[in-house]
Design a protein around this ligand. Structure first.
Ligand SMILES: [Zn+2]
Length: 292
């Protein structure tokens, strides 16, 4: 147990503590009450950085904020306060931003990372709860920000698929997208990157030379307007739960065929993503992260 979870909490936090704990134990609406609070907290939990639990059921202590603007990138939708992550995630985004700027490919538009303390979001994601996930738009036009309002909340990422969703829009797909995906995939701490199956198939078709970086590029529903990069559990986070390791190979085999027998443009498979999780079902350390 870390110092973070043992340290006494100031009296003013007890209102939250009691409300949340009471909700966890007694009220049917517990999940709603606590999930709502995750999105209402605007500052990180103190202490050293720690990703806790699963990316779809976890939280984050000691988060750092990705600055709204940096070399080669801009953060979008500032009103969501989802530009927080484990320091490794912030390092990764800054690193691919620098590579994008160095090679004059355009500018990255960064979507959601995590909330200041991670946890479930009231809309938009099932994962992104532990500060190890980030969405990056495929739109790289440096003039995009000129159309944005002050919080960059009025723009949506444009899809790279054609109108029917049956393939890539070849007017929009560009080698620069492959380059940025390769930058991200070659960051050792990146564990996997989700893209639409049509994008994976195009990468399988067009990549020559060293194809080893394709292994981390995984086909998934949606993800036609952004890619989603996920880091592996950091060594400083013993309570971070790792995912299944990736299968061997570049993933450009017959396993791809399955995707083209299934709809690939819906954002999530099957059931709807839960946007609230009862605090009692989350790792117990997350109760202290939320209340500290
Ligand atoms: Zn995502």
């Amino acid at each position: 147990m870390s110092r973070l979870f043992r340290k006494p909490r100031p009296a003013h936090t007890m209102t939250n503590s009691l409300r949340c704990l009471a909700a966890a134990g007694l009220l049917l609406t517990a999940g709603f009450a606590c999930a709502k609070e995750w999105s209402q907290v605007t500052n990180p939990a103190p202490g050293r950085p720690q990703a806790i639990g699963q990316t779809s059921k976890g939280c984050l202590a000691g988060a750092v904020a990705l600055p709204a603007d940096g070399v080669g990138y801009h953060v979008m939708h500032l009103e969501r306060h989802r530009n927080f992550g484990h320091p490794h995630l912030v390092d990764m985004i800054e690193s691919i931003g620098r590579a994008t700027a160095r090679d004059r490919l355009g500018v990255l538009h960064v979507g959601d990372l995590s909330q200041p303390r991670g946890g479930p979001t009231p809309f938009g994601h099932r994962s992104h709860q532990t500060g190890l996930d980030v969405d990056v738009w495929f739109a790289m036009d440096s003039s995009l920000l000129g159309r944005a309002d002050s919080l960059r909340s009025n723009l949506d990422a444009p899809s790279l698929l054609n109108r029917t969703g049956s393939g890539l829009n070849q007017m929009l797909w560009d080698d620069k997208h492959a380059r940025v995906l390769e930058f991200a995939s070659r960051v050792p701490r990146v564990e996997r990157i989700f893209v639409n199956p049509h994008i994976k198939r195009e990468l399988c078709r067009s990549t020559t030379g060293d194809r080893s970086w394709l292994r981390k590029i995984r086909p998934w529903w949606g993800h036609d307007d952004h890619f989603h990069a996920r880091l592996s559990c950091p060594p400083d986070s013993p309570q971070c739960e790792s995912q299944e390791p990736l299968p061997a190979g570049d993933g450009c085999d017959s396993s791809m065929d399955w995707w083209f027998r299934a709809p690939t443009t819906t954002p999530t498979p099957g059931r709807k993503a839960p946007h609230h999780i009862e605090i009692s079902r989350m790792p117990k350390e997350c109760q202290w992260v939320l209340m500290d």
